[in-house]
Design a protein around this ligand. Structure first.
Ligand code: AVJ
Length: 323
């Protein structure tokens, strides 16, 4: 590790961690409508598959957001101001933040938060090396759960960065509750740079989650591979298929894993029964219009200052200020 990276406590493969994963999985799989939380997608295989998704011709969000950030980085840096502490929720492969860090004037700290520890450490090391004056303070955590952040320079304005339209994974009420916690973390002088996927032609949405190469299907099914490994589950991957469609009334893409046959299996010593055609709902990806985004900002203590978009009106990078 480079000197300006803080050392992390080991959080992987502890008994508490396994118990938490077991609880998360079983809570969803034993309920009436079976679900699994999308945070479980991102083991190391899942994180690698997600990076492949981002390269797919059909998956427009990543490259669209990158183009918006590239074109508006000067504007965003000016809005954000000097000497800020930047907190990134879900740093992932961590390339987007460089577009900001390259433009910001004397940023003092960078706090990447992610569940995938190997990736998090790699990204933290890289950024510490690339930005010598920057304090890099990685936090390995599932940010959907309340989390405690390291001590930050007290004078620094705190700005949250939540790119990738990951806000779309939250149901609207949860999204408001999450942003409310972010608002509390950044404080009254704080701000938020938020990536949001917009409502659009349903065919474009459908294709983005049903790619011809089958990478999204592999990403979805990897959830079962993961549970087979970590919880000794007995999912037969040949009897589940990837399903994704746009639910217009709820304004969201839904991803499911459908059991093609009636069957029973075990997950951590609990019997789970499936009817033929029954699904596990694995992800919601909400798509926003302006009214929905304004409502979200207002209910969480932020005000939208600027909405940056692309030539096809597919995506927003929003700059929000604490109110
Ligand atoms: C990382 C939640 C933004 O919803 O588009 C991509 C995840 N799922 N393809 C999304 C995802 C299937 C992605 N987010």
């Amino acid at each position: 590790m480079t000197p300006n990276t803080q050392r992390l406590p080991a959080t992987r493969h502890t008994p508490q961690h396994d118990a938490q994963e077991r609880d998360l999985a079983l809570r969803g799989l034993t309920s009436d409508v079976k679900t699994l939380p999308p945070s479980l997608f991102y083991d190391s295989a899942g994180a690698a598959l997600f990076e492949q998704i981002c390269e797919l011709p059909e998956y427009y969000p990543t490259r669209t957001e990158l183009s918006i950030l590239t074109e508006n980085s000067a504007d965003l840096a000016a809005a954000v101001g000097e000497s800020v502490a930047l907190i990134e929720y879900g740093s992932g492969a961590g390339t987007k933040v460089r577009l900001l860090l390259d433009r910001l004037v004397r940023p003092v700290a960078y706090v990447p938060v992610d569940v995938s520890q190997a990736q998090l450490l790699r990204v933290a090391d890289e950024r510490a090396e690339q930005y010598p004056g920057l304090q890099v303070l990685p936090v390995c955590a599932d940010y959907t759960q309340p989390l405690s952040l390291p001590q930050l320079p007290t004078a620094a304005r705190r700005v949250a960065f939540f790119p990738g339209s990951t806000i779309g994974n939250f149901h609207p009420t949860e999204a408001a509750a999450f942003l409310h916690r972010v608002r509390h973390t950044v404080g009254p002088r704080g701000g938020l740079i938020l990536g949001v996927d917009r409502r659009k032609d349903p065919q474009v949405l459908h294709d983005a989650y049903n790619d011809a190469a089958g990478v999204t299907a592999a990403f979805n099914l990897n959830l079962l591979t993961r549970l087979n490994r970590t919880l000794g589950a007995t999912f037969d991957l040949n009897t589940f298929r990837h399903v994704a469609y746009f639910n217009d009334a709820a304004s969201r893409i839904e991803m499911h894993l459908e059991s093609t046959i009636a069957q029973q299996m075990r997950v951590a010593d609990v019997e789970i029964t499936f009817e033929a055609g029954e699904t596990i709902h694995t992800e919601c990806s909400y798509k926003y219009d302006e009214a929905r985004l304004v409502a979200l900002a207002e209910s969480s203590g932020f005000r939208i200052e600027t909405l940056h978009t692309d030539a096809h009106d597919r995506f927003w990078v929003a700059w929000l200020r604490a109110v």
